[in-house]
Every structure is written in C-alpha cells, then in structure tokens.
Design a protein around this ligand. Structure first.
Ligand SMILES: C[S@@+](CC[C@H](N)C(=O)[O-])C[C@H]1O[C@@H](n2cnc3c(N)ncnc32)[C@H](O)[C@@H]1O
Length: 304
C-alpha cells in the first residue's frame, strides 16, 4: 500500500476524529481522541506550564522538548499551542520514520480539530522539514529528525540539547518493540543532563514498560487517567517531579506478575521477573526502605 492509502480517519466513541495507520493497524490517540489526549498527557502531565515559567523567569534560557513519534502531530501541536501563550524560547525535536502522518493530518485538519490555527506553521514545517519563527508569544525552533529514534540515540543524539520534557508516543510494544526496551531507555537516560530535571510522559501503564524505565535509571510514577485508560506513566531523573511515585504496594503486585520482566532487547518475550532484575529494583533509590525482601516470588496466577 502506498502512503496515499496508508492513513485513514476514524470516528471514536467520543465523537472525535483520529488517524489510523492501516499498515501498522493502530489508531493514534484511540481513547478520548488526539486533541484531548495530547493536552492531558503531553502538556499537563509533562508539566509544561512549570517549564515555561522557568524560561520566562530566566532560570533557564530555553525549553527543549523531544517529541518521540511525531505521527499525525497532535502532541507536537499541543506543545506549540501551550507555548504560544507564553514568552518562551522553545526548541522542539520531533522524531519519526516519515512525515506522511503529519501531512495527512494537515490535509484533514477540518475534522481533526487540533490542527486549527496551526496551518501556516504546519505548511512551513512540512515544506522545509522544520520551522523557525514565532508561534503566538513563543519563539520556536521546531526540527524533524527522520529515521529510527533508537539508532539516532546512539549515533547522533550528542548534537542535540538534552531535553526538559519527552513526549514518548511510539506505537504499542507489539508494533514498535525496539522503542520499549531497557536498552533504548538506558540510551535515553544517558542523554539527559543530570543537573536538569527532565519529565517523560507516555500513555503506557504496562508493568514491563515501567520496570524497563526503572532499570534504565528513571524514577517512575503513575500518570493521569486519559480516555479509557485509568492510568498512564510519568518518569523523571528527578524524584521531586513525580506526584504519585510507584511504591511498595506496586512492587508487591509486580512480584506476583507472570509478565513483568522487561524486554532488555527488542523481541525479548515477557515472563516473571528474574531475580537479577528484582535486585536492580531493590537497589533503585525510589524503593529504598520499602521493606521488600530480596527474592521475587512469582505466582503463576498473577497477571500483569
Ligand atoms: C502513536 S503514533 C504517534 C502519534 C503522534 N504522537 C500524534 O500525536 O499524532 C507512533 C509514531 O511512531 C513512529 N515510529 C515508529 N517507529 C519509530 C522509530 N523507530 N523511530 C521513530 N519513530 C517511530 C510511527 O511512524 C508513528 O508515527
């Protein structure tokens, strides 16, 4: 199937329109729809208001956002919309293997409400692979990085400023397995500036993904409910940024799960937590003093 037919509009139960990638077989923002989900998870949960305030008050010169999985652009446009009301300098890097999802969204902007008012920015971005200029009050540099994000982290990431916020929105682990591994989160964690707090938000609430983030070095917490999801996930290199950190009760459930062992590399199958992974969690400062034992005791009846 050519790109002409790759994407389609689908109507969600909420009445909102969303974009489906027919080749991958997944809808982008399938719960509440792109406008609502992007704002809840990748503006509010990423604490962008706080970030803009730091820039406005001169505590830092600019804000750096990484938008992993640009797709149909709902998250990137939500970030721009949020910044546009503030006197900030924003650098945003959007990562994807292709721009066609965004071009599709631009063509169907009348139905996808989140495009409204951003048409001129999108046209410049799509024609030149980037946008430099004002969006409302904000001074913006928005760049596109084409290709595999996990490979880019190894080969080229040093050229780009460390992020203050990461909107982490690949397709599911079933479709994009390489982007949910311990390996990729470790690479990402190493790219953070240890002296600067960074918040990462993602729609997944899977134990495997949360363990992968923890093992990579992040502090991990529960994120807001959005759409049909009761919970999402927020991670940071700074524990103060988590309003609801995962705790001993979460660890106790993890111990009983038969599917919590993370994918260390792409394609690793799920299974009960290995003793060596449990030890890593026990040594994580997030769980210091939580009083758990040193051996996981998988219960075959437990679930993820
Ligand atoms: C769920 S969609 C993103 C939706 C998007 N954030 C939005 O707001 O519309 C996931 C995106 O990740 C991209 N993707 C998949 N594998 C990737 C990889 N290895 N590197 C970078 N992007 C990838 C897909 O092409 C797809 O556009």
């Amino acid at each position: 199937m050519g790109f002409g037919g790759r994407f389609e509009l689908v109507r969600l139960r909420t009445g909102a329109w969303a974009v489906r990638d027919a080749v991958v077989g997944e809808v982008m923002h399938p719960g509440a729809g792109p406008g609502v989900e992007a704002w809840a998870l990748y503006v509010e949960e990423l604490q962008l208001g706080r970030l803009w305030s730091r820039v406005e008050s001169g505590q830092q010169a600019e804000a750096v956002v990484w938008d992993v999985g640009l797709g149909a652009g709902a998250n990137a446009l939500a970030v721009l919309r949020s910044a546009s009301t503030r006197r900030v300098r924003l650098r945003m890097w959007s990562f994807d293997v292709a721009l066609e999802g965004l071009a599709f969204a631009r063509r169907h902007g009348d139905r996808l409400g989140y495009v409204e008012g951003m048409e001129a920015v999108l046209d410049r971005f799509l024609s030149g692979g980037g946008f430099v200029g004002r969006v409302g009050e904000a001074e913006v540099e928005w760049r596109f990085v084409e290709g595999d994000f996990s490979r880019w982290l190894v080969e080229d990431a040093a050229e780009v400023s460390a992020p203050d916020a990461v909107a982490y929105d690949p397709f599911s682990p079933a479709r994009n397995p390489a982007l949910w591994t311990v390996e990729v989160f470790r690479r990402l964690y190493r790219r953070l500036d240890p002296g600067r707090a960074c918040v990462l938000a993602t729609y997944s609430r899977s134990s495997r993904v949360r363990v992968a983030l923890l093992v990579a070095g992040f502090y991990v917490g529960r994120g807001c409910a959005v759409g049909v999801k009761e919970e999402t996930t927020v991670a940071s290199n700074c524990p103060d940024r988590l309003e609801r950190p995962l705790d001993g009760a979460w660890l106790a459930r993890l111990r009983r799960s038969t599917a919590a062992e993370p994918a260390w590399l792409s394609g690793d199958p799920p299974g009960a937590l290995r003793p060596s992974t449990w030890d890593l969690l026990m040594r994580h400062p997030q769980f210091a003093g939580c009083g758990m034992g040193s051996e996981p005791a998988p219960d075959p009846r437990g679930g993820d």
